[in-house]
Design a protein around this ligand. Structure first.
Ligand code: GLU
Length: 323
């Protein structure tokens, strides 16, 4: 995959500096596993970009990846031009926290826009007896692989219940697509996933022969005190009629967003931003997770500085002031 990514990036820089009339812009977008919402979101963005009738011919491709941490690092390393990432991970990257504590602040990360809410989702087999986060003690729990955004959310949820992931339970680092199969097979008791709803991982996990439930992750003000990127959120269980729950489930969440690097050309980021915003109604219809999206909200909940190409578009259409 790396060779293909480098190939595309090379072409991005070649074409973005050319001044010919009918320019082709090559764009690649890092997403997540195919059972999440990042992957279809990358698909929705590329479909709109590829049908663009503007000054440029855009050739966009979607890369399935392990998620937010991988995407941020691949963008900063020059292997991806754009990527989807959780707002908490964006914050941590620019502040040099969590996965970036050793490397320090990642000053080249740039925002393009934010998207839909992602909710920290804990799904457990009903026969495991897990009804609270504290019940995970002694259980087998998938917290996600190291490239995922949600692994840290799982660790924060465990810490909030006073659980030590190394001592109090057995943790696994599989991808979400594997975790829902493992839950149905009885190889694990529960798994975490931070994701938009509805998503096919939750759908697959809840519609198998083994009965499963969404488990609440209640939080206090203390939990949020040093984590400005988290908000309270409710899992809309109505999307999953086969789950054991009958009412929406309390948890916490973040926002998904599109990010890039300061090294991306203004022209490319401006064009990508403009195409999505000018085809907003078409974009919104492409996934039920976007049902509450509004253009104004898409420039909120952003932690890295806006890329100048995105800023140029927001100022041009009056979404942001001109100063
Ligand atoms: N938020 C997840 C992560 O960054 C990905 C969710 C998705 O693929 O929709 O790991």
């Amino acid at each position: 995959m790396r060779t293909r990514l480098l190939f595309f990036l090379l072409f991005c820089s070649l074409f973005s500096s050319s001044s010919s009339a009918a320019k082709t812009l090559f764009v690649n977008i890092g997403t997540g596993g195919i059972t999440g919402v990042y992957y279809p979101t990358g698909g929705a963005i590329t479909k709109i970009l590829n049908q663009s009738q503007g000054d440029f011919q855009i050739k966009a491709i979607v890369e399935p990846t392990c998620g937010a941490v991988f995407n941020i690092n691949a963008i900063l390393g020059g292997h991806l031009l754009f990527g989807l990432a959780q707002s908490d991970r964006q914050y941590q990257a620019v502040h040099g926290e969590a996965d970036w504590a050793e490397k320090g602040p990642q000053n080249n990360l740039r925002s393009v826009f934010s998207l839909y809410p992602e909710i920290v989702t804990l799904i457990a087999a009903t026969d495991s007896g897990i009804r609270t986060v504290a019940d995970l003690r002694g259980k087998k729990v998938n917290i996600g692989d190291v490239g995922s955004g949600y692994r840290q959310n799982a660790l924060d949820a465990l810490a909030s219940a006073g659980l030590d992931p190394q001592k109090d339970l057995t943790i696994f680092g599989y991808r979400a697509a594997q975790a829902n199969v493992m839950l149905q097979d009885g190889q694990i008791d529960a798994f975490f996933y931070t994701v938009g709803h509805p998503n096919s991982a939750s759908n697959d996990a809840t519609s198998g022969s083994k009965k499963v439930r969404f488990v609440a992750i209640p939080t206090t003000d203390i939990f949020f005190a040093d984590k400005p990127y988290y908000q309270k959120a409710m899992i809309p269980v109505g999307f999953y009629p086969a789950a054991a729950n009958t009412e929406d489930v309390e948890s916490f969440g973040v926002k998904a967003g599109l990010v890039t690097t300061a090294k991306a050309s203004e022209e490319i980021v401006y064009t990508v931003t403009k195409e999505i915003f000018e085809n907003f109604e078409d974009f919104k219809l492409r996934h039920p997770a976007y049902c509450n999206l509004s253009k104004k909200e898409m420039i909120k909940g952003i932690f890295p500085p806006l890329h100048p190409g995105a800023l140029k578009y927001y100022r041009e259409v009056g979404l942001l002031p001109n100063n």
